[in-house]
Write a protein that binds this ligand. Sequence first.
Ligand SMILES: Cc1cc2nc3c(=O)[nH]c(=O)nc-3n(C[C@H](O)[C@H](O)[C@H](O)COP(=O)(O)OP(=O)(O)OC[C@H]3O[C@@H](n4cnc5c(N)ncnc54)[C@H](O)[C@@H]3O)c2cc1C
Length: 314
Amino acid sequence: MPFVRRAIALWREIEAESGTRLFHQTGVFYAGDARSEFLSSSMASAAVYDVGLQILDKRSEVTCGLRVPADWTAFVELEGGFVEAERAITAFVEVAKRAGARLLTGTKVAAIVPHASGVEIRAGGETIHVEKVVVAAGAWTGELVPELRPHLAIERRVLHWFADPTGACALSAGFKPFIVEAGDGIEFYGFPSIDGRGVKAGEHDLRVGGASHVDAADALDRAVGVDEVARIAQMVRRFLPGLEGPTSSAVCMYPMSKDSDFILDRLSERVIVGAGLSGHGFKFAPAMGEALAALALGRAPTLDLSYLSLKRFG
Ligand SMILES: Cc1cc2nc3c(=O)[nH]c(=O)nc-3n(C[C@H](O)[C@H](O)[C@H](O)COP(=O)(O)OP(=O)(O)OC[C@H]3O[C@@H](n4cnc5c(N)ncnc54)[C@H](O)[C@@H]3O)c2cc1C
């Protein structure tokens, strides 16, 4: 929770710096069977950190016709919300450029070679000499930093967009991001439709191995299977029957750490890593950036990062 709150404060800072609205503090709707461990641990954590919860005991209070059984637990976590990811990336890039960053887009880093007096980055036929390097290469991290491979796994995941013909699931209609514990440790989640783009929905599944395991990021199968579409469509029919589709789908990757928590650490004096974001890293991006910058600059981090260090894996 301290990391979440720090991220929210920093989203507000980057909004002010970039003049762009990025974080919508709408609250997040949670629902699940009353015995759901996920819900009880979310409620316990809210109690520890004094996060406001609005317990919903009348299903009529649920927005957008999101249907959950009357005997389920349902609440709105009031501090939560969502970030507009594409706008956030544009804002980060603009602010970084203004601060003097040099961006090499469409350029593959072939190797990172630390030595006694610095680090060589070989990219696009050029060798760049720097004092320190922060590696945040998502599912490709293991290729650039092989030492991390034993701690990481790559899992294939699919995201879908559904049409909202009545507009009831629009941000402007008050629809909130939602997380529904759908059983088997899988959370069905989604975000409100913005500018008529439709509701983004998927299954947050932290399991590792099996059919969704990916050996190497570039070997990812990006074709969406008929069974994958049928599965999410069934989930949407069950919980959000007013939606239609999916109208489109996209395949992406969860770079998983062994405990599904992030790895923010110094691999050596000169190489700092932000890895294993395990499918839930985006919302923390500015807090993670701040933490990685502190590690690179040898400054005391704003928050305790010890639980995110590599030491926890022994
Ligand atoms: C389906 C899905 C749903 C998600 N939903 C959420 C959510 O609801 N909330 C949330 O907080 N997070 C969510 N996430 C997770 C979030 O998107 C990631 O945690 C976050 O984007 C990770 O950022 P990153 O910069 O570490 O990695 P990435 O976004 O993967 O970026 C890594 C970048 O490094 C580049 N790169 C890699 N290797 C090289 C190289 N050799 N040379 C040059 N460039 C290189 C890649 O091209 C890429 O652009 C979701 C992820 C998925 C897949």
